[in-house]
Write a protein that binds this ligand. Structure first.
Ligand SMILES: C[S@@+](CC[C@H](N)C(=O)[O-])C[C@H]1O[C@@H](n2cnc3c(N)ncnc32)[C@H](O)[C@@H]1O
Length: 156
């Protein structure tokens, strides 16, 4: 399963599936998109990636605008590239409190007919999950940083 290249290259597709929430407050769609992008730049290496691969910064903003319509993460949008024409329904499965991601990454690899989401509030562990996803080339996983008791209100 290949990564979409709307953000450029193989690696860019993983950033599109990684959501680092800084705030619990409901915010405008524009503010959410900019916060998500800035968090990836500040702590997950997006800035370095954009510089190294000469990616236009607006590509990521545009990608998140699609993924996060009305300020909420749309699983349908995130995973739309994975849906085969023959599939009427593609389940989305979540691991809440996913730790460093070992289990969820292996589940996603073993279950290519579903899309998977990890949710964890410790950012170092979210980063572990992100790197596992990248190094194991897992395209049917989205990685979310947030408090399980609140973060799901940011999804639809
Ligand atoms: C036992 S560990 C996870 C193990 C993981 N499920 C596995 O099988 O490898 C529990 C995790 O839940 C996270 N956690 C606890 N409360 C949470 C909350 N309210 N929101 C998100 N993550 C939480 C902890 O930071 C910790 O990483």
């Amino acid at each position: 399963m290949g990564q979409g290249n709307a953000v450029g290259g193989e690696f860019g597709g993983y950033f599109k599936k990684t959501f680092l929430w800084e705030s619990e407050a409901e915010a405008s769609s524009e503010a959410v998109v900019s916060q998500l992008t800035n968090s990836l730049r500040a702590s997950f290496g997006l800035k370095h990636y954009e510089r190294s691969f000469k990616q236009d910064e607006s590509l990521m903003l545009n990608a998140f605008e699609e993924m996060v319509p009305h300020g909420k993460v749309s699983f349908k949008e995130i995973f739309k590239e994975n849906k085969g024409e023959e599939e009427a329904v593609r389940p989305v499965k979540l691991e809440i409190c996913s730790g460093t991601g070992e289990w969820v990454v292996s589940q996603a690899r073993a279950d290519p007919g579903s899309d998977w989401v990890s949710l964890e509030w410790r950012r170092d562990r979210v980063y572990n999950t992100f790197t596992r996803m990248v190094f194991e080339s897992v395209a049917n996983l989205a990685v979310m940083d947030g408090d399980a008791s609140k973060a799901l209100i940011f999804t639809k």
